[in-house]
Design a protein around this ligand. Structure first.
Ligand code: GDP
Length: 527
């Protein structure tokens, strides 16, 4: 098989949702269809595999949430899917955000009773930054939920996305009978009692097919016909270009727990979801079919093995054909790395057991030299763009229990910041470190890591700080003036870049007003 064909087969995607919408359940069902998996980290906390995980993951176990992302690869309909799992709990959204920089499309799962929730919206916004195409799955139709029209309307209004239903639900809750597949003119009925068997759809010649009269009760069929007529009047036709540009979402209805609607979703992804896309760098776009291998680090996971202080750097391959044992250039340090021991996430029965292509993810053991956003290439000095670092929403002071360990703590925090697990700022005045995260639970995980990995018991304390903004200005002198005049409210991040530490929203607004030439950034590009 040629490199091109291998690459075009890839579907690298993630699922975005608010906790409890059904992401884990859907993931399990997708894997069921894929029939196979190499699990890097289990889907969710179940059974022994969990217990074997490392110490700080106790936090995760105790709370029953999933901190670690993982990659799951499976084949279906001659496509190879890479599903990048993302932590569901809202306190770990930063990892989730980063993972979204490594996918080519996303599935948005909504709970039919709840519609778009807080976390759905945030994650969607990250997808929009990169125009990631979205496929929507409205879940839990086996329960009483909202009217399908209302949900479509909400998606359209709140996310400014065109919606095109791919299927239409027949009934809901206890009276949920199935869906009509609008793309393929098929009736798919719920097969009560047969949970994990895959019911074949029944082909129909449109909604006037007399077959339907035998298969559906009269009132349900009448409603289906009415609904579909209305839907076809209200919604645009599916337009591939518009979907790929991130302006339109096909919407599937189903019930993940009953494996209902999952096959249609997967077929949809196989058919229309994009294969690996070109990736932006400072100088040029990297086409996936370029012969030379390139990739970037989008995530670093610490402590996969508690006995070693190893971290795994997850790399999204952007081009070429990777083979175990290759030498790759680490662009930031200009050093060659011998990649003899990568983790490859492989579908079962894949011929290419030692290889990976653009769109795939590889994991490299790493002792702190690889950072989020770093490029690996066969020599070219590339800088991938669009891998953001997010302004923290909660800031706390960090100090060691033992004051003699202040210097060690500084080093540990520097490493953690480089890894991308938190923001770390050194205020110009004072000796404390300010650590910023997007979710409060991250402090617990950090304290645990710093204690076990660096042997430094650390205390986090509340501050009166509201948020941090990276400050830039084309005019060097103006920036310097700002920093001089605001010594009490500025500091450096781990790359020695200046940040403004605001006490409240007013303080931030005022600074922006007083220094109109300066830019205050909510995100910072990595690297
Ligand atoms: P996550 O937090 O998004 O990963 O959600 P889970 O997959 O863990 O699901 C949250 C809860 O919803 C669990 O109790 C699931 O059993 C339940 N659930 C998931 N899918 C369905 C569904 O299709 N119907 C119903 N009734 N419950 C579901």
């Amino acid at each position: 098989m040629t490199l091109e064909t291998e690459i075009y087969k890839r579907r690298t995607f993630a699922i975005i949702s608010h906790p409890d919408a059904g992401k884990t359940t859907l993931t399990e069902k997708l894997l069921l269809f894929g029939g196979a998996i190499q699990l890097a980290g289990a889907v969710k906390a179940k059974g022994d595999r969990r217990r074997a995980r490392s110490d700080w993951m106790k936090v995760e176990q105790e709370r029953g949430i999933s901190v670690a992302s993982s990659v799951m690869t499976f084949d279906y309909l001659d496509k190879t899917f890479n599903l990048l799992d993302t932590p569901g709990h809202e306190d770990f959204s930063e990892d989730t955000y980063r993972t979204l920089t490594a996918v080519d499309s996303a599935v948005m799962v909504l709970d039919a009773a709840k519609g778009i929730e807080n976390q759905t919206r945030k994650l969607f916004e990250v997808c929009r930054l990169r125009d990631v195409p979205i496929t929507t799955f409205v879940n839990k139709l086996d329960r009483e939920g909202r009217d399908a029209f209302e949900i479509l309307d909400e998606v359209e209004q709140e996310l400014a996305l065109d919606v095109v239903p791919a299927s239409w639900p027949i009934g809901m809750g206890r009276n949920f009978l199935g869906c009509y597949d609008l793309f393929n003119d098929k009736l798919i009925l719920v097969d009560k009692g047969k949970n994990d068997t895959l019911t074949e759809g029944i082909e129909c010649q449109g909604l006037d097919d007399p077959k339907l009269d035998e298969l559906l009760p009269e009132d349900a069929l009448e409603k289906l016909r009415e609904d579909v007529e209305m839907v076809r009047g209200l919604c645009p036709e599916f337009d591939l270009e518009s979907y790929l540009a991130g302006h339109l979402t096909p919407v599937y209805f189903g019930s993940a727990i009953n494996t209902f609607g999952v096959r249609e979703l997967l077929e949809g992804l196989a058919t229309v979801a994009p294969s690996p896309r070109a990736q932006p760098t400072k100088d040029r776009e990297i086409e996936p079919t370029e012969k030379k291998v390139t990739g970037f680090v989008f995530k670093i996971q610490a402590n996969m093995d508690p006995k070693h202080r190893d971290r795994i750097a997850f790399i999204r391959l952007c081009s070429g054909h990777f083979k175990r044992g290759m030498k790759m250039k680490h662009v930031r340090t200009n050093k060659m790395i011998n990649v003899h021991n990568p983790t490859l996430f492989l579908a079962q029965d894949r011929e290419l057991a030692e290889e990976a292509v653009a769109g795939d993810i590889i994991g490299l053991p790493n002792h702190g030299n690889l950072r989020i956003g770093d490029a690996l290439t066969e020599g070219e000095a590339l800088h991938f763009t669009g891998i953001p670092s997010f302004a923290p929403e909660i800031l706390q002071k960090a100090r060691p229990e033992d004051p003699m360990k202040a210097k060690h703590l500084g080093k540990a925090l520097q490493q953690i910041a480089e890894e991308g697990a938190a923001r770390v700022f050194k205020p110009l005045i004072g000796s404390d470190w300010i650590v910023g995260v997007v979710g409060a639970l991250q402090f617990e995980v950090l304290a645990d890591r710093i204690r076990t990995e660096y042997n430094i018991p650390v205390i986090f304390e509340a501050t009166s700080l509201y948020t941090a903004r990276w400050v830039t200005c084309d005019d060097h002198l103006k920036l310097k003036k700002f920093l001089d005049e605001n010594r009490g409210a500025t500091g450096d991040d781990h790359d020695q870049e200046p940040v403004f530490l605001a006490r409240n929203a007013w303080h931030l607004d005022k600074a922006q007003e007083d220094y109109p030439e300066l830019e205050f950034h909510k995100t910072k590009e990595q690297a």
